[in-house]
Design a protein around this ligand. Structure first.
Ligand code: PEP
Length: 249
């Protein structure tokens, strides 16, 4: 049985003052949750998470990582630096990075390799645009995006991945995939993982992301291959984020 995982993606939001309140409200409401949970915050706030969340059940992580180890890459943040701040997770290949920063499947794969080498769990985002879905390309896009990552890692490392299926048309739009639509893609993704390592694939957490909220979280996470959520907007309100975490119990 896979443990559910609910991760908040704060995107480019927050301040030291508002973060302190949000983190303490989340931690206070986590008691007895059966699901694992974490927040992925803007890089300047990793130190704040490390200080405030030490010893708490709420994990933390980053929203991107460099594919490079160190050196002349101005503005980049290495996996070793994230590790230095106690990150358990890093979101890789979010559709906003693919769309606004031109991240390719090859870069997503290289970043995944870098995270794994530093012992940080990559949350690899995969998802189709509305045009791709309407053209019947959903499974092919998923296969291509995940295929690039699987080609870059060993069969043993499959067990160390977390995937997030995030249909681009559902992110921040209020439109959610139906549980069955999401389940269908999750099943395809698990099948692709299984072709590389069948035993590991059964244990990989595949999260759904895209306008998940307290009202729809339970039915989405009731599907057999939906193992939690990657939450954007609803992760910025403690009550909503906690309701989603508790829907995963
Ligand atoms: C996301 O940014 O990963 C996301 C799923 O956003 P939202 O929940 O706001 O759609």
């Amino acid at each position: 049985m896979r443990r559910k995982l609910v991760v908040g993606n704060w995107k480019m939001n927050g301040s030291r003052t508002s973060n302190a309140v949000l983190l303490s409200e989340i931690v206070a409401g986590l008691a007895a949750s059966g699901a694992a949970s974490a927040v992925c915050v803007p890089a300047p706030y990793l130190a704040q998470c490390q200080a405030q969340l030490a010893g708490s059940p709420l994990g933390w992580g980053a929203q991107d990582v460099s594919a490079h180890a160190s050196g002349a890459y101005t503005g980049e943040i290495s996996a070793a630096m994230l590790q230095d701040f106690g990150c358990c997770y890093v979101v890789i290949g979010h559709s906003e990075r693919r769309a606004y920063h031109g991240e390719s499947d090859a870069q997503v794969a290289a970043k995944t390799v870098a995270a794994l080498a530093a012992g940080i769990t990559p949350i690899v985002c995969i998802g189709e645009t509305l045009a791709q879905r309407e053209a019947g390309q959903t499974d092919a896009v998923a296969a291509q995006q995940l295929g690039a990552v699987l080609a870059a890692i060993s069969a043993d490392d499959v067990a160390k991945l977390v995937l997030a299926y995030e249909p681009v048309w559902a992110i921040g739009t209020g439109k959610t995939a139906t549980p069955q639509m999401a389940q269908d893609v999750h099943q395809v993704l698990r099948g692709q993982l299984a072709a590389k390592n069948a035993v590991a694939a059964a244990g990989v957490q595949i999260l759904y992301g895209g306008s998940m909220k307290p009202e729809n979280a339970k039915e989405l996470m009731a599907m057999p291959d939906i193992d939690g959520g990657l939450i954007g907007g609803a992760a910025l309100k403690a009550a909503d984020f906690l309701a989603i975490i508790h829907a995963a119990d």
